[in-house]
Design a protein around this ligand. Structure first.
Ligand SMILES: NC(=O)c1ccc[n+]([C@@H]2O[C@H](COP(=O)([O-])OP(=O)(O)OC[C@H]3O[C@@H](n4cnc5c(N)ncnc54)[C@H](O)[C@@H]3O)[C@@H](O)[C@H]2O)c1
Ligand SMILES: O=C(O)C[C@H](O)C(=O)O
Length: 347
């Protein structure tokens, strides 16, 4: 699923892409909200290397003039701006503010908000991040209502429903244009299974369904061709994928959560969205979207992408009895977290 995007990154970085000049003409404006943060900076770097991006708009409440000035020295075809809520944009001639940051954007990636510290759940971030996401999505509704929104800010299981309610209230909600980014779960599952099978991770593509928090994350290892782990290994791999975020939070010991792997995952997700916008008809990736596959109103599953975002929420095929057990456990939690977001947006 990701090997093409990964190859393009290497090509762009070494400036040898034979696609470079032709795809630059199809480049889109991409806005990163929270661009000065732990995820935002490396994500902006990767997007600056993308031949699918013509304009990179970095927005944050602090630091974006410096991020943008720094990125602007990278010799790729895209322009870059650093936007702050008030005065002090970069370049100085550029209008500052969220309106300038968002106007004309085709894709908006949102990693704005606080990360976890050891001992916290993603839901513990709700009180701070719910309001941040609500405010930013209101601005998206006002200034780029047709953009695809890719929500990274946690808790994704609640922030995506918040975004949906905000967009509905503004009269611009399109389910195909609102996605929670669960790509990091797929990256982790691919990495862990490839190691277990002695394979190159690029040859593995695990479907990960559900949500993005603990047991709501469900990797479908039964669907990986040639993979038949012992019960014990399957349990260990499943739980490691579900709690991969905690592994990083613990190792960072108070300095935050996954940033570099998330930047990579956010870049892969965005590249695939852009590739579909530019006409590719083979783009399928997991995303947390409005869904009728289960009785949870939002659910992550493989989705087909086209020029306007998600064109089909695909099913997830047959799952094993072991996976069904996790699914039964997950759904009440997931529905509760979704409802919490909906209630917040409507209070
Ligand atoms: N979906 C996933 O798989 C995934 C993975 C990793 C992290 N995350 C989440 O991503 C979020 C960001 O993580 P991080 O490590 O980059 O945090 P960080 O604190 O390093 O960066 C967050 C940035 O958001 C900015 N910000 C805060 N309020 C803002 C606002 N109103 N408008 C614009 N920018 C604003 C901050 O100034 C900061 O620069 C967290 O909520 C984290 O839990 C999600
Ligand atoms: O674990 C976190 O809090 C961050 C992110 O959701 C992750 O999965 O790494």
């Amino acid at each position: 699923m990701f090997s093409l995007a990964s190859r393009r990154l290497v090509n762009a970085a070494t400036n040898k892409s034979r696609f470079f000049s032709s795809t630059a003409a199809m480049g889109k404006k991409v806005a990163v909200l929270g661009a000065a943060g732990g995820i935002g900076q490396p994500l902006s770097l990767l997007l600056k290397l993308s031949p699918n991006v013509s304009e990179l708009s970095c927005y944050d409440i602090v630091g974006t003039p410096g991020v943008a000035a720094d990125l602007s020295h990278i010799p790729t075809a895209s322009s870059v701006t650093g936007n702050l809520p008030a005065a002090g944009s970069w370049p100085p001639s550029h209008n500052t503010g969220i309106e300038a940051a968002l106007t004309g954007a085709s894709v908006v990636v949102i990693p704005a908000g606080v990360p976890r510290k050891p001992g916290m759940t993603r839901d513990d971030l709700f009180n701070t991040n719910a309001g941040i996401v609500k405010g930013l999505v209101e601005a998206c509704a006002d200034f780029c209502p047709d953009a695809v929104l890719a929500i990274i800010s946690n808790p994704v299981n609640s922030t995506v429903p918040i975004a949906a309610e905000v967009l509905k209230k503004k009269g611009v909600y399109s389910p195909k244009k609102l996605c929670g980014v669960t790509t990091l779960d797929v990256c982790r599952a691919n990495t862990f299974v490839a190691a277990s099978m002695g394979k190159d991770p690029k040859d593995v593509n695990v479907t990960v369904i559900g949500g993005h928090a603990g047991i709501t994350i469900l990797p479908l290892f039964s669907q990986v061709p040639g993979f038949s782990p012992s019960d014990e290994d399957r349990e260990a791999l499943t739980v490691r994928t579900q709690f991969g975020g905690d592994e990083v939070v613990k190792a960072k010991a108070g300095a935050g959560s996954a940033t570099l792997s998330m930047a990579y995952a956010g870049y892969l997700f965005t590249e695939e969205v852009l590739r579909a916008m530019n006409g590719a008809d083979d783009v399928v990736q997991c995303a947390f979207v409005e869904s009728s596959l289960t009785d949870a109103p939002f659910f992550s599953s493989p989705c087909k992408f086209g020029p306007d975002g998600v064109t089909e929420v695909m099913g997830f095929g047959e799952i094993s009895a072991y996976e069904q057990k996790w699914m039964d456990q997950m759904l009440p939690d997931l529905k509760k977290q979704i409802q919490k977001g909906i209630d917040f947006a409507n209070q």
